[in-house]
Ligand binder design. Sequence first.
Ligand code: MG
Length: 371
Amino acid sequence: MTTVAIIVAAGRGSRAGGPLPKQWQLLQGRPIVAHTLDAFAGMRRLLVIHPDDRALAEPLGAEVVVGAASRAGSVLNALRALEDQGVTRVLIHDGARPLVSPAVIARVIAALDRSDGAAPALAVTDALWRGEGHVTGTEDRTGLWRAQTPQGFRFDAILAAHLAHGGDAADDVAVARAAGLDVAIVEGDDDNIKVTWPADFARAEAMLKGRDMDIRMGNGYDVHRFGPGDHVWLCGVKVPHGRGLQGHSDADVGMHALTDAIYGALAEGDIGQHFPPSDMKWKGAESHIFLRHAMGRVLARGYRLSNCDVTLVCEYPKVGPHAVAMRQALAVIMGVDAGIVSVKATTSEKLGFTGREEGIASIATALLVSA
Ligand code: MG
């Protein structure tokens, strides 16, 4: 069973504006048709182009066939190029639909087990009017569908249909139906838009960006020992306590864990690497310097903090009454909304060094997404 995707990109459509036919205009720095080819990665793909577009097509490294004056003629050229090669099915797809999902493609292919043809569509849900400037009538939308591609067919059947058809057609389903083929409707996808108007570019760009979103996560862990003192700094808040935490800096164990989580997400080492304890410059340093530096790296690398979560492990002091203030303090330092900052605490049931109140431990997780 050999399935070939025929990507039809021979049109001259310029409703989208711009100097090039729409399928060659750029989305995220690459021609639309390059994204469309990507959507069919993993299967043989045949790109149908206008003869003037050879130079545009060459960098894509795709298998190419030259189209004809009409869309139907272009598809026929592609089908003929695939004759006698053991191809059993073809998926015929608009070059200007770069956002087709694997699920839609899979549904079309699956339906070809039961039918000569299959194509995705969406039921019309808006009311339909007739008129020009003023409404002169309404149309019943029952049983009406908005057609999409890829339109899939058994190869021999669609080749015979195109050979018999002659002339142009709205799409390959029209050609297939004229030849008496049965075409099943499968569920389409609202995102499977045909990039046609200038506004479509912004929408397609936004969807591609969402798809390519880079997500990075990191964790951090820190411990500081109790010593003499009358307060501890925890997550940017000064909390009265019978002892203090010892450390090279202000020993804010929660902020250190969070800072390391952010460095970890970036794979940029840890606090000790950026602010060596051997350097007296950082002795007694306030920990917000570290956290601000880590967040500066996040922005410099083109990310933003999606959310973070800090857990303090101690018997005392009790963290609960200060948790809201801690979230706000961290949010201010990081320049983010407190809604994405979590601070919580647990005891260790009097077990281990935290249970014996020898020190406080903290673990933190940070999630970064491409900005
Ligand atoms: Mg530390």
